[in-house]
Design a protein around this ligand. Structure first.
Ligand code: PEP
Length: 251
């Protein structure tokens, strides 16, 4: 039985005071014991959020890390080791905003994935197709291609310590959500792809759905056989709504 995980990606949002308010709102939530919960603030707020959530059973992750895990000459980057020292448990890797806006390709994503593990973090590998790719029937080719690059480079056993998030690009921040059936179809294909390499790894790897998850649609998405929780953007910036999504994962 896989334990659900609900992760909140706060993206490039928040000031010190709004982030403090959000964490206070989270601390007030009744959160289900049966669900793992994590939030991903900006680098500059990680320390503040860690302190504010100490004892709240909500772990903290970062939204990105450097391709190198070792300290060194890489101006402007933050290593997984530095994030681990700050108390991060997780890091997002390959979010579509980094793939499409910053220009990270599968090779960069794969190196960041390995660097995350080397520094002691658990990567959340984000996969997803654009609307154009979906409309031209390429969804599974794209998503499984992104996954295969990591498996080819590092072996499937890395998923003993990682999570996968399927996030159709067209559903991120758009208000459009994949139907539970559309999401399940891709999740099942991801699990089959893992199972072709190692059935035990496929069985334990948590697959999150992301893309306009809200309190009102979370329960039906999380009810699908291969959806083990959610990666939540906009709705994670409202403590009450995020709390409701976490409770939906516990039902
Ligand atoms: C995300 O950025 O990972 C995300 C899923 O965003 P939203 O929930 O706002 O679509």
């Amino acid at each position: 039985m896989r334990r659900p995980l609900v992760a909140g990606n706060w993206k490039m949002n928040g000031t010190r005071s709004s982030v403090a308010e959000l964490t206070q709102g989270l601390v007030r939530q009744v959160l289900p014991e049966s669900v793992d919960i994590a939030v991903f603030p900006s680098f500059i707020h990680v320390d503040l959020v860690r302190s504010a959530l100490a004892g709240a059973r909500v772990s903290v992750g970062a939204q990105d890390c450097a391709q190198e895990s070792e300290a060194g000459a890489l101006t402007g980057e933050v290593s997984s080791g530095q994030l681990y020292e700050l108390g991060c448990e997780w890091v997002l890797v390959g979010h579509s905003e980094r793939r499409l806006i910053v220009g990270e390709d599968d090779g960069v994503v794969s190196r960041k994935f390995a660097a995350a593990l080397a520094g002691g973090l658990k990567p959340v590998l984000c996969l997803g197709e654009t609307l154009e790719q979906r409309r031209s029937g390429k969804t599974l080719d794209v998503v499984l291609g992104q996954l295969c690059r990591v498996i080819e480079d590092h072996g499937v056993s890395v998923f003993n310590n990682a999570v996968i998030a399927y996030e159709p690009v067209w559903a991120i921040g758009s208000g459009l959500t994949a139907t539970p059936e559309e999401a399940q179809e891709v999740h099942a294909a991801i699990r089959r792809c893992l199972a072709n390499e190692d059935a035990a790894v496929a069985e334990i790897t948590r697959l999150l759905y992301g893309g306009s998850v809200k309190a009102e649609n979370a329960a039906e998405l999380f009810a699908m056989a291969d959806i083990d929780g959610g990666l939540v953007g906009g709705a994670s910036l409202k403590a009450d709504e995020f709390g409701a999504i976490c409770r939906a994962a516990g039902n």
